[in-house]
Design a protein around this ligand. Sequence first.
Ligand SMILES: Nc1nc2c(ncn2[C@@H]2O[C@H](COP(=O)(O)OP(=O)(O)OP(=O)(O)O)[C@@H](O)[C@H]2O)c(=O)[nH]1
Length: 474
Amino acid sequence: MKDDKLGETTKALVDDGGVNSISPSLFTEVFDAFEEAVVITDASRRIVYVNSATERLFGYSKNELYGEETKILYADENDFSEQGRRRFNTSSKIAAENYRVVYRRSDGEQFFGLTTGAVMRAKDGTVVGFIGIVRPARSTDQSLDTLQKIQNITSDVTLSQSNKIERLLRVGLDHFGLEKAIVSRIVGSQYTIDYCVDLKGELEPLTTFDLSGTYCVHTLSAGESVGFHFVAKSEIQKHPCYTNFKMESYIGAPIRLSGQLYGTINFSSPSPVEPFCKDDHILITLLSDTVSYLLYKKQSEEEMKRLASVDGLTGLPNRRATMERLNELVDQSSRFGNSLSVLSIDIDHFKSINDKWGHAAGDLALTEFARLASEVGRKTDFCGRIGGEEFVFFLPGANLEASQKLGNNLRKRLAITPIDFGSGASTTLSISVGVAMLENGESPESLLARADEAMYKAKQEGRDRVYLASHTIN
Ligand SMILES: Nc1nc2c(ncn2[C@@H]2O[C@H](COP(=O)(O)OP(=O)(O)OP(=O)(O)O)[C@@H](O)[C@H]2O)c(=O)[nH]1
């Protein structure tokens, strides 16, 4: 409500006898429904009426306040005498202006209040009192503190991007004084929790909802930050989001990534809160931009990691990633006493393919081999390229017999799958395979060396066969 309008409204309540002549029940009828604190004074700034919101906000009962100067509400007496008097004096010209002042509750706690004030005039124009409307504003100190925390998190090189996002959600929860924080991923009509922090521990990442039944559908249709501080009293009180989740307060903003919608960042709570102010909307937009930047960095890092571990030609894990996986598997098998077998595979006479049909044909043969190799074996089996035409298979839980079977299956598949180089040229591949099974306390290097040794034996014995390694090489 604008101050000038406020003045007009109060005029109707006041007669020439001043504010004291009005029955408090009339004020109560008008102002008790307000969510803001309403304080009415006489012309000497003594309180004649406060509404219930004032009692809640300042922690005083009506009777404790009636007759007191409004000084009792200010944290700083100077504000009462200077700031207050600028507005609350009989010749005040200040009308349509919101201002912030530090107030003090009955328990001594201080808070910033966003205040609107007006002079109350009787019908003949004489000033009979003042009316002030106060709602708590988050303090500048708190906003600065929040900004500082955001900066500390984003600049911390020891944190992963995911850790940073989770910490930002906590900072947002603290700032808004809410209970649940979510970064959602939205694809089509599906809303998935990507990250969450829930003080009640009820939310879990990867939970999905139908977007149309969430609060975020309002954020998306607005295309910018949206806040509801008391949903039961808002225009969305009948929306399924309220029936589904029963959150009274919500503030959310869309997250865009590389120009596309990614999802939302949102904070909510089953209890109503004070109305969200402009600063809150600026802050959630800043959080959304920061999360978007972190998600972008995370995706870039993942892509770089993927590229660094994948063989560019075949798409199989490269030597580095393959050796890492072998180390992990040997470690797991040694700890849990499970078997682990390794196949060392070398394509026979591969050089002749290059020589006969060119390097591109050799590349095609390697790609086709990788495709067929990926089709044999179980989901838990691992196939990697460790050199030119050298590949390995790691088979967790498999013994020599099962590994030999896989080697032979692959040989058979290759034998019946000609690779077409165009212009009528084609060939099938044969492989020499060495198999070794992890022995007690054996190192990854030794296991692989035994499989290689067995593969060379297969070559020596005429190629196109599987050879089983015997014992540890000393
Ligand atoms: N086209 C192509 N050829 C490759 C690639 N990497 C390695 N090679 C070739 O693979 C061939 C390997 O040949 P060799 O090690 O002599 O063995 P081979 O001809 O397979 O004979 P055996 O292993 O003894 O059966 C070499 O000619 C390499 O140039 C690649 O990425 N693409």
